[in-house]
Design a protein around this ligand. Sequence first.
Ligand code: G3P
Length: 214
Amino acid sequence: MKLFLDTANVAHVAEIASWGILDGVTTNPTLVAKEGKDFQKTVLEMCKLVPNVSAQVTATDAAGMRKQADEYAGWHKHVVVKVPMTTEGLKTLTYCKKKGIRTNTTLVFSVNQAILAAKAGASIISPFIGRLDDAGQDGMELIAEIMRAWENYDFETEVLVASTRHPRHIAEAAQLGAHICTIPYDVFVKLPLHPLTESGLDRFMKDWESIKKK
Ligand code: G3P
């Protein structure tokens, strides 16, 4: 499973990338606004650190989305153009597929949306599980349904589990065979931790020190 960081913070990308396990980054307009930095500069800095950086179009019509897709794709070969799951977005996905531009379809909340995006040639689809949980549905069940549907066909589209909120989401997504998880920084830094690892290492170090004293 590929692991992406869900952020527009370049320092956080550099930190997690230094672990050697980071496959990409997903940004969105909300995350970019939170950091308050220049969008293109942010994307280019991230492209130096990881091979996949999702950059979201902000136009809502297909012509505007196509223009932004061409522009973003020209910035760096690591850019993946993020397109919202609308009918205008589907037209843009078809255009990008023909031009060889990699895409990530965002704001996917149903199996039918997932199928449409895959048929339009999306490289990645992003079902938002946390927001479904917030709305009283079971977000992970959507991932299970999409993965079951994917077993029946030969879609090349990768399923990216987005809007993850806690470490169990990543463990559960992996057991369902999801291709990618995007993870907020606060959740990502919890992944290497376990209290028994910490107490076990503490014990090893103390015992080692006692040998040296003898
Ligand atoms: O990248 C988009 C997605 O992960 C957003 O997550 O927490 O705003 O629902 P959230």
